[in-house]
Design a protein around this ligand. Structure first.
Ligand code: ADP
Ligand code: MG
Length: 273
């Protein structure tokens, strides 16, 4: 019928402009509910390639859900997220306009690295084995090459001497540095950090922040959820402030910290600074 014939065109028109938008990560009109709870409410945000973005907001404001959505661990109800111009899915008013198959989503997930609060290293694998596991199994990189790259990453995070240690033999800070190296081993287009130092003893926080600062300087695209405000101010290009699933304010770090537009942002910063 005329109606069905017209629809693919309509879809292409809807999707075409998105591919040309700059930005390592484009989030457009994203909403997500768990039952009756709206956890993301019409979130729109562009993360430029090579930038460092910090997401601030109180507990429960939707920060982790947003990161999980960027990593395709959550399927959004509405809107779309594109990584480097590539869409995973696009829904509008509950209707699916575009969606990748599950196995293609798995392939795409590799393009987004994620570092969690609790390190999540494999306890039965050595540091080196933890780092090469995904490159060998998922990316099909030859073992020798994966080993060489992993050793390079270990040198970069200052843990060359721990290649054959097991996670339990490392401090929390060292484990988290290994988790970062493991994420980097897949050469992601963007790296997400969800409160990477929240589970660490205070004296171990800085060694992890130093590794993240080095990544920031090297031009890796980073999105960081953290309560380390001083660190956020130092490394971020952009700051996003979330409340109840909404972005209340976004802007350059300088602007948001010195002249927050929204009174709620000002209130939040006054409390934590
Ligand atoms: P934040 O990271 O900012 O603390 P989250 O994204 O973890 O916020 O959570 C936002 C809200 O969504 C919270 O109220 C949380 O309880 C709820 N939530 C998160 N994940 C789930 C889930 N899988 N099922 C139900 N509710 C969830
Ligand atoms: Mg969280």
């Amino acid at each position: 019928t005329a109606e069905t014939a017209a629809r693919p065109v309509e879809r292409r028109t809807a999707i075409a402009p998105l591919r040309s938008r700059g930005g390592a990560v484009t989030i457009h009109g994203v909403s997500k509910s768990f039952g009756h709870l709206k956890v993301l409410d019409n979130v729109t945000l562009t993360i430029p390639a090579g930038s460092v973005t910090t997401i601030l907001g109180q507990s429960g404001s939707g920060k982790s859900t947003l990161l999980r959505s960027i990593n395709h661990l959550e399927r959004v109800d509405d809107g779309f997220i594109a990584i480097d111009g590539e869409l995973i899915g696009y829904r509008q008013h509950g209707e699916t306009l575009y969606e990748l198959k599950e196995k293609d989503i798995l392939k795409r997930r590799v393009e987004v690295g994620m570092v969690f609060q609790n390190f999540n290293l494999f306890p039965h694998l050595t540091v080196l084995e933890n780092i090469i596991e995904a490159p060998v199994a998922v990316r099909r990189i030859p073992r020798e090459q994966a080993d060489a790259e992993a050793l390079g990453l270990l040198a970069r995070i200052g843990l060359s001497d721990k290649a054959h240690a097991y996670p339990r033999q490392l401090s929390g800070g060292q484990q988290q540095r290994v988790a970062i190296a493991r994420a980097l081993a897949l050469k992601p287009k963007v790296l997400l950090f969800d409160e990477p130092t929240s589970a660490l003893d205070p004296e171990l926080v800085n060694e992890v922040l130093d590794v993240i600062k080095e990544l920031a300087r090297s031009g890796t695209t980073l999105i960081i959820v953290t309560h380390e405000i001083g660190f956020a101010r130092e490394v971020s290009d952009l700051v996003v402030f979330m409340e109840q699933g909404r972005i209340l304010e976004t802007g350059t770090t300088e602007k948001v910290f010195s002249r927050p537009e929204h009174p709620r942002t000002a209130g939040f910063l006054a409390k934590v600074l």
